[in-house]
Design a protein around this ligand. Structure first.
Ligand code: CU
Length: 162
């Protein structure tokens, strides 16, 4: 009788989780992903240098399968995390650092932007559990006008300048 129940659970498991779903790369529970720079709320000028921080795991280039490693993905102005069971999309808002980079210099329009890091495995798929940083907000300053040279007026005696 006991076996019967186990069989049912087993079959249900296959029903809920399709058998073709590949085993996800595991992440240690103490893995911590964070943005070292800029800091939350900072005002910066574009281009912005972003420094990635990772503890408890290592960085490996995309395509290299090695336990407890992954590569960085920078999510720019992304409201909701991408699907954690699929490769992270690759576009202007989801930047991959597949060479194993740990910092980046990016151009951002003036105004408020959100930044968040997400680790992906050799296939760009988030780990289990998902390794993601806190989302920070930064303010990108507008382009500053070059300071205008003060023109000195030396009277020409007719109400104008020489
Ligand atoms: Cu990737």
């Amino acid at each position: 009788m006991k076996n019967y129940f186990f069989n049912i659970l087993f079959l249900l498991g296959f029903f809920v989780f399709p058998t073709h779903a590949a085993e996800k790369s595991k992440a240690p529970g103490n893995a911590t992903l964070y943005i070292i720079s800029p800091i939350d709320g900072e005002s910066v000028s574009s281009p912005v240098k972003i420094v990635f921080g990772l503890k408890g795991m290592g960085v490996a280039p995309a395509g290299i399968k090695f336990n407890n490693t992954g590569h960085h993905h920078l999510l720019i102005d992304v409201a909701e995390l991408p699907d954690v069971n699929s490769p992270i999309p690759s576009d202007d808002n989801h930047r991959h650092f597949g060479k194993g980079q740990t910092e980046a210099v990016i151009e951002l329009e003036p105004g408020e932007h959100s930044l968040q890091l997400m680790l992906g495995d050799h296939m760009h798929i988030p780990h289990d559990p998902v390794v993601v940083s806190k989302k920070i907000k930064i303010n990108v300053k507008g382009k500053e006008m070059p300071p205008q040279e003060e023109t000195k007026c030396i009277s020409n005696g007719y109400g104008g300048c020489k």
